[in-house]
Design a protein around this ligand. Structure first.
Ligand SMILES: [Zn+2]
Length: 188
């Protein structure tokens, strides 16, 4: 990937601790790396897919917001990096995600709703994630994820350990989490 614009590194104090941030602009999409001063040989890395409704609005339809906060908390404590991957709605975009939510209101599950709109269950790609990890010279990582497919999606990176990130279901996301487990292969 040679069309990526990379920002300078800035300091970002947060409620979890103080991080460094750096932005990576890939066409229209602007991704972020949020990381601690100290990065070990095999740091903890979370690849967090943007979910505006979960991350910023406190949506209970998914577990994204809770996962984001848990990941930042852990990384602030143990050291590591969170890559904020701007592929909203498993990369169908916000407008399509809201349309999928409208279908879900009529009884479709998260996967069936995507199919109804003409998308795969998951449209994400991870080239830019590998680009960012390589930019930081991170060849071996401990990946914070419940999604084994994410391990395969980073073929150039050695995942020395998978650290699960488990959240307590609520009445609104119980079914979503069940579909993630049964149909998308998440280890929950
Ligand atoms: Zn979400």
């Amino acid at each position: 990937m040679n069309n990526i614009n990379i920002s300078k590194i800035a300091t970002l104090p947060t409620i979890y601790g103080t991080f460094k941030i750096q932005a990576f602009k890939e066409g229209e999409k602007e991704h972020l790396a949020i990381f601690t001063d100290e990065l070990s040989e095999t740091p903890i890395v979370r690849v967090h897919s943007e979910c505006l409704t979960g991350d910023a609005l406190g949506s209970l339809k998914c577990d994204c917001g809770e996962q984001l906060h848990a990941a930042l908390e852990l990384i602030a404590k143990e050291g590591g990096m969170l890559i904020y991957h701007r592929q909203e709605g498993r990369n169908i975009g916000l407008l399509n995600k809201v349309n999928a939510y409208a279908l879900q209101d009529t009884g479709y599950d998260t996967v069936a709703a995507n199919h109804q709109l003409g998308f795969k269950a998951d449209e994400r790609t991870y080239e830019v994630v590998e680009f960012i990890l390589k930019h930081f010279d991170l060849k071996k990582i401990k990946l914070l994820t419940n999604n084994p497919a994410k391990i395969e999606s980073l073929p150039d990176i050695e995942i020395v350990e998978r650290i699960p990130i488990q959240m307590t279901p609520n009445p609104y996301n119980e079914n979503y989490l069940k579909v993630k487990k049964d149909q998308l292969g998440h280890l929950l």
